[in-house]
Design a protein. Sequence first.
Length: 461
Amino acid sequence: MEIIKILLIEPNESTREVITKSLQRSFDAQVRAFKTSSDGTECLKSGESFSLVIVRNFSEVISHEQVVDHIADKILNCLYDQSLKIPLIVIGPFEHVYRQYALVSERLRIEEINRLVLKALGLKKEDFKHLKLPDYVPFPVSYFFLMHSAPCDIYIKLVKKAGDAFVKKINVNDQFTKDDLIKYEEFGVSDFYVLKENYHKFLDDLMAQNLNNLNQAKSFDEKIQATADSYQISADLIKALGITPMTVTIVNQTLTVMKSQIQKTDKLGQLLRKLLSDEGSYSYRHSHLICALSYILLPKMEWGKGDQQNSLFEKICMVSYFHDLFLEDEKLQKISDLPALKKANLDLKETELIINHAHLCAGLVQSYPKLPQGVDLLIKQHHGVSNGVGFPEALTSAISPLAIFFMVIEDFAKNILGMSDDTLTLNQMMTIAILPLKEKYQLTSYRKVVTEIENLVGSKK
Ligand SMILES: [Fe+2]
Ligand SMILES: [Fe+2]
């Protein structure tokens, strides 16, 4: 098969990276990626040949000064003017007199884009079965935290002048502990390698051992530790590999365990102490806390009973897991409104990421199998704007009540996790954490959630 060369024009940097990675992985494609339509048309006019062009319909308006770039219109016109017969895929709703010459993926869904790539090129999924991995496939050492024994031989890489050398460090079936692995990390080993023929075996075993690990954890502390590891690794995997049967299984495992831990324990105080003790990533800690608080507060919202309650809790857990997935930096995860954004003094790349993260995460989750209805919408709205881009100038009730609920709880959770004084009692912490909410959330729909948090704090006195 000839090498597939794709011209991609996507205004958003992180989306551009996600699509590029996916095209490289799924089709072994060479991708030339640009931000604007003018870069794209210039490239096409230069005579460079492509098998396919993928473009966003138009750029989103982020600031008032910005002019919308009608990327798809311009590229389609350019292809026509240059008499280029290159298939075109447009991401997002698109109308044009020559629309019939474009394949349109109404939403940003990697799966849908991949399907259209095959269609545009007249190829089948099976044509890419051969896609090869490097001889030694790297996995971060932290992935092995979920394991206790090696499913295959494990190597480290030695960088040498004459070329990289791989040395076997752990034999198949050897036992190890997390402390052993941390020692490797301390010695500067960031990745372990497995032979490419063991790639699938390794991932399968990672899932199996993860489940074991989660189920076997006995004490409360061990359980939180196992969930924290599983949370982090599943999130890394889904970002790196996209939505695959393996990543879905491991995310579901994490969520199931987290939910059952919350449902089975009434010790909010114990959980809080553990989460405040800095164990695990901030994204894990804030996610777990949002779910735990929601579990207590959802019934107070009078949104139905029994099954309805459960399904709302289910949705909140999914939203909580995915809403900030693309924000790796703790600093960014803590920004939840315009004043905080301004105060954070971010560089351009970080600003673009934070502005688009809700939209991006919603896009990823849309292809998640058996996604409870509305989860993508809730993720889009989790900072109070309906299109998932940026933060609102002023709060509005024009978003889903469940999104409003999530926003207030997330803010509360953030305030709690921000506390460093460990002499405070749980009740004192909650009382302090609630103060800024009272000021910030004046609208009735938001106010109701604040009141229920106040009642919860009051009842604990
Ligand atoms: Fe968040
Ligand atoms: Fe967020």
